[in-house]
Every structure is written in C-alpha cells, then in structure tokens.
Design a protein around this ligand. Structure first.
Ligand code: SG4
Ligand code: ZN
Length: 262
C-alpha cells in the first residue's frame, strides 16, 4: 500500500504498472491500436442481442467518481444474450477522456493510430459460468466489454444531458449520487452492426487478461461543450482535474483482431 497508480504522474504511472501489477506486463493487454488493414473479417460473428438496455424507471443506479473515471452501476437485468460465447450480465459503465488544454483526445483504443475524443466501456461478466463480477474478473473467459468511441459535433446529444449535468454532483473523488432513470440504449450509436473483436485485458491495474473486447466502429456524437464538460468537471484522488485517464496502446503480440464487416 502507499502509492496509488496513476496514468501519467508520480512513481506508479502507466509505464510502471507492471512493477506492482504483473499482469500489466502480459502479452494480451488492452487497449490496442486497431489497424484496419490487418483486421480479419469473420462472417460468423453475429450482431449482439441485448435485453434490458432500454429505459428503466424508478431505479436506483449509483453514479460514482472513483478518482479514475466516472462510473454508473448497471442493473443485472441488462444482459447480452446472443453474439458472444456465453450470456453476459452488465455490471457498470464508465468513460475515458482527454483534457481540453492538453492533447484533447482521450479514447483508449485507437484506429489506424487515430485517437477519438473519448471512449465508453460497458462492462459485463460471464453469468453462464460465474456468479458475480468479482468471481469472473480474473478468469480468461470472465468478462466482456463493449467499447464505443465519442466524436465531437455541433449538436447537443440530448440523451447525454442528464449524465453531463450530473457530473457536477460527483465532482470529487469518492462522491456518488443516485440516478433513477436510465436508458443505456439511447446513449449508444444507432448502428451496432460494425464492430471489432479481440481478446485483451482490463485497461487499469490489475490488468487481468479476462476481457473479450467488442469495439464498435460507429462513434457516438456529443457536442463540443458536452465533451468539454466531461473533460473539465471531475477531480481525481489528489484533487486535480481528472483528465487524460487513458492507457496507451499495448503490443498486439500474436493476437488477431476480427471484424464483423468488410
Ligand atoms: C475504470 O476505472 C472503472 O471505473 C473501473 O471499475 C474498471 O475496473 C477500470 O476502468 C478498468 O475497466 O473496462 N477500462 S476497463 O478495462 O472494472 C474494473 C471499477 O473500479 C475492475 C469498479
Ligand atoms: Zn474502461
């Protein structure tokens, strides 16, 4: 105990994560740079089928600033029922973003070296095989994460208005609030047909190599102001602006990235 891991500053920045967390130096780490010309089209990969992703009212969803990200805990009624090797139950979603007075972009995965503004991760565990996220998180077939890119555009994305406004209420690390209405489907791109798939890891310590990644090609558009608010509202564990919470691309090694489209 003592030093906490960070992205860029201090003695336990991302270069040094493997010193404390051996998995972070593994051969199946995330994120990666997705190179379109090296991706393998797999016509057998089916579009995902989800249940419970639509509007949920009178819920009690915790939105948390954990000092590394902002996270919303999801109801276990949200599931992926088809398109993956098993049934997966949602646990939480969180974002990674950049900083408005530094390099603005802060997505974790890059595509042909290009970094999008930000990235959403919807985390699920294999509920066919495991009883909880905690049990599944370090198993090679334990987790599935859906990743979505954000780009900036001219118009406010009204499906994100509540989320962006709520950031103010969880400004400081450790703060949380309850959300009663949530519609995750509306926060995703309409087109979910085009995606990449590969085997990787948690992008933060302890970097367990337990995630089957699905990275969608179609980005979500937020307005410039919405992205700015995301990048400048929250504070980290040291009470500094929480930004640039992304890990650099990791070596692909002997892995193959598949795509659902040509
Ligand atoms: C974010 O920091 C989440 O808030 C973490 O969730 C999450 O850790 C971490 O990202 C890594 O997840 O999809 N980017 S990722 O690989 O899910 C875990 C919590 O801290 C263990 C609960
Ligand atoms: Zn993440």
């Amino acid at each position: 105990a003592g030093v906490h891991w960070t992205y860029k500053e201090g003695s336990l920045d991302q270069i040094h994560w493997p010193d404390e967390y051996p998995s972070c130096g593994g051969r199946k780490q995330s994120p990666i740079d997705i190179q379109r010309r090296n991706v393998q089209f797999n016509p057998h990969m089916l579009q995902l089928e989800m249940t419970g992703y639509g509007e949920v009212k009178n819920g009690n969803f915790l939105m948390i600033n954990n000092g590394h990200s902002v996270q919303i805990n999801l109801p276990s009624t949200m599931k992926i029922t088809k398109g993956l090797p098993a049934c997966y139950t949602a646990v939480q979603m969180h974002l990674h973003w950049g900083g408005w007075d530094l390099e603005a972009s802060g997505a974790e995965h890059t595509v042909d070296g290009i970094r999008y503004m930000a990235e959403l991760h919807v985390v699920h565990y294999n509920s066919d095989k495991y009883n909880s996220f905690d049990e599944a998180k370090d198993k090679s077939d334990g987790l599935a994460v859906l990743a979505f890119f954000y780009e900036d555009g001219h118009f406010e994305n009204t499906y994100y208005s509540d989320f962006i406004n709520n950031l103010e209420n969880v400004k400081y690390a450790g703060q949380s609030m309850n959300i009663s209405t949530l519609n995750v489907r509306s926060m995703l791109p309409e087109n979910l047909a085009h995606f990449f798939r590969y085997e990787g890891s948690l992008t933060t310590p302890p970097c367990y190599e337990s995630i089957l990644w699905t990275v969608f090609d179609t980005p979500i558009t937020l307005s410039h102001n919405q992205i700015r608010k995301l990048e400048s509202t929250l504070m980290d564990l040291e009470n500094k602006t929480l930004w640039n919470d992304y890990r650099m691309a990791q070596p692909l090694n002997d892995r193959v990235v598949e795509s659902s489209f040509l």
